[in-house]
Design a protein around this ligand. Structure first.
Ligand code: DAT
Ligand code: MG
Length: 141
């Protein structure tokens, strides 16, 4: 058996506005992964800056924080075997123009800045992002 992992997944403001939250959750569940915590909220600017701190020196950082705080997002803790890599594959590449059909970005996005979904890129970022957006009590640990 593969090791069970947890990832932080978020339907971004463009995805929520387009009514794609259910589609994303459905794909996650149909894949066999479990949503163990979920909430809808508009992210505070300071939390967004922390969430994306690895990109703070990039030219698009201001635009990125402005976008991610522009409306409600749906945040999830998702658990299952190889959850982090499985979700990254389901998301598709960062640039939707390069994302194949069948991936979430390949099916529902066109713009590199507004690409519907976030998923943690490794175990360290998953732990960091889950701690940032969910309390330990919310995760039942
Ligand atoms: P990912 O979301 O696939 O993990 P990332 O961590 O490299 O990608 O970047 C985080 C987000 O920043 C990405 O989802 C959209 C935005 N972004 C990345 N590169 C960008 C670029 N060249 N121009 C505008 N926004 C960009
Ligand atoms: Mg990333």
């Amino acid at each position: 058996m593969s090791k069970s992992e947890r990832s932080f997944v978020m339907v971004k403001p463009d995805g929520v506005a387009a009514g794609l939250s259910g589609e994303v959750i459905s794909r996650i569940e149909r894949r066999g992964l479990e949503v163990i915590a979920i909430k809808k909220a508009t992210m505070q600017v300071a939390v967004a800056e922390d969430h994306y701190s690895e990109h703070s020196e990039r030219p698009f950082f201001g635009e990125l924080v402005e976008f991610i705080t522009s409306g409600p997002v749906v945040m999830m803790a998702v658990e299952g075997p190889n959850a982090i890599a499985a979700l990254r594959t389901m998301m598709g590449p960062t640039n939707p123009a390069e994302a194949p059909p069948g991936t979430i970005r390949g099916d529902f996005a066109l713009d590199v800045g507004q690409n519907v979904i976030h998923g943690s890129d490794g175990p360290e970022s998953a732990a960091r992002e889950l701690a940032l957006h969910f309390g330990l009590a919310e995760l039942g640990t």
